[in-house]
Design a binder for this molecule. Structure first.
Ligand code: NAD
Ligand code: MG
Length: 400
């Protein structure tokens, strides 16, 4: 067979940490991948650079002023990339006919609509945007099925689990002899910090992750371990795993990216240096394997691997996430929305670090057990939880 044509890719959230790592892999394999479209929210200068490097057909900005600035700059550079703006345009570049795969790397609930559009259009969906799945769970998985899409996890833990599961795995742990899904967690920057120091930690300290360089929101989520909580819910939907068989294992070196424990006693793990280009390249080339530019793992340099049980006193967000998953209904959507609002307020120095779990807990207490069986219901739960969270944040700000 002749060499196949390059796969056409849309990168949603191209200027972010995952977006940049994705484009790094693309640049290493110009024969395999071609960029169809790129998106960014506000950073038009950064997107300009990427457009000049990758010559996509379309670039989408979140804001008019930024879109205008990008269009002018591209025009004067003689580029043919067309600039679009807004949410509908994001859905268009995700679902456009020529597109083979979509990297869903927008942070937060804002990524849900375009990611769903890619799923409905039957694309190969590379899912980094875990919040989208947490928010819409069953609806998202239904859209993947109805659209005939291929869903590949980019989150390093879920990518590891995907690699450790049988190739024909059909979202039924029992049928595949899976006893437990072991989700590893680094424990973040505050794993061993004195408990009484946590109230005063700054956003800069929270964003200084020991092993990974990531966007600011997910870095704070790692510090509270809400990131692991969201990942528990993500694993539930991706792998059809009930909460009771998902176990979180703190593993400070971040070398084992997760494991699957089978009925016969076998535990299969995926290891590697903590570099997101590994799961990204894995998913982009799947089922083939390509160079990701990642340093080979040196086990002698690592020398030892440690494991600890998560401390739920220190990390109440992890317990809240399990509670929300078990509660079902609007629980996960409320958890996610309250967390997004609380983390934004913390990054903005409006509330303290320990206010984050307090705000989320207060919102979960107010949420009912109504089912969310439509996108409208999902967004209604999201909007309602954001209102509760903002009120809670305002009260806490008043006492600071
Ligand atoms: P980031 O903050 O570095 O980048 C976010 C991207 O989304 C940017 O391109 C930004 O322009 C865009 N964006 C932000 N708000 C938007 C909005 N309202 N509308 C449209 N676009 C918007 O984030 P990141 O670290 O790259 O993370 C992206 C996603 O991947 C998150 O869901 C995160 O949980 C997930 N993820 C990240 C990592 C990592 O190592 N960074 C690992 C696993 C999962
Ligand atoms: Mg992860």
């Amino acid at each position: 067979m002749a060499e196949s044509a390059p796969r056409r890719l849309t990168v949603l959230g191209a200027t972010g940490s995952i977006g940049q790592s994705t484009l790094d892999v693309v640049a290493r394999h110009p024969d395999r991948f071609e960029v169809f479209a790129l998106s960014a929210h506000r950073q038009h200068e950064k997107l300009l650079e990427l457009c000049l490097q990758f010559s996509p057909q379309y670039a989408v900005m979140g804001e008019e002023a930024a879109a205008d600035a990008l269009a002018r700059a591209l025009q004067s550079a003689g580029s043919r990339t067309a600039v679009l703006c807004g949410e509908a345009a994001l859905e268009d570049i995700a679902a456009a006919e020529p597109v083979d795969m979509v990297m869903a790397a927008i942070v937060g609930a804002a990524g849900l609509r375009p990611t769903l559009a890619a799923a409905r259009a039957g694309k190969k969906v590379l899912l980094a945007n875990k919040e989208a799945l947490v928010l819409s769970g069953q609806l998202f998985m239904d859209a993947v099925k109805a659209g005939g899409a291929t869903l590949l996890p980019i989150d390093s833990e879920h990518n590891a689990i995907f690699q450790a599961l049988p190739a024909n795995y059909a979202r039924s742990p029992g049928a595949a002899g899976v006893r437990r899904v072991l989700l590893t967690a680094s424990g973040g920057p505050f794993r061993t910090a004195a408990l009484d120091s946590l109230a005063a930690v700054t956003p800069e300290q929270a964003c200084a992750h020991p092993n990974w360089v990531m966007g600011r929101k997910i870095s704070v989520d790692s510090a509270t371990m809400m990131n692991k909580g969201l990942e528990v819910i993500e694993a539930h939907w991706l792998f059809g795993a009930p909460a009771d068989i998902i176990e979180v294992v703190v593993h400070p070196q971040s070398v084992i990216h997760s494991m699957v424990d089978y009925a016969d006693g076998s535990v299969i793990a995926q290891l590697g240096n903590p570099d997101m280009r590994t799961p990204i390249a894995h998913a982009m080339a799947w089922p083939e394997r390509i160079d990701a530019g990642v340093r080979p793992l040196d086990l002698f340099e690592i020398a030892r691997l440690d494991f600890e049980r998560p401390d739920l006193e220190r990390f109440p967000c992890l317990r809240l996430a399990f509670d929300a998953l078990r509660a079902g209904g609007a629980g996960p959507a409320v958890l996610n929305a309250a967390n997004e609002e609380a983390v934004a307020a913390f990054l903005d120095h409006r509330i303290g670090f320990l206010d984050i779990p307090a705000v989320i807990a207060a919102c979960l207490e107010r949420s009912g057990t109504q089912t969310v069986d439509s996108l409208d219901a999902v967004f209604a739960a999201d909007a309602c939880a954001r209102e509760w969270a903002r009120a809670e944040i305002t009260q806490r700000t008043a006492y600071r």
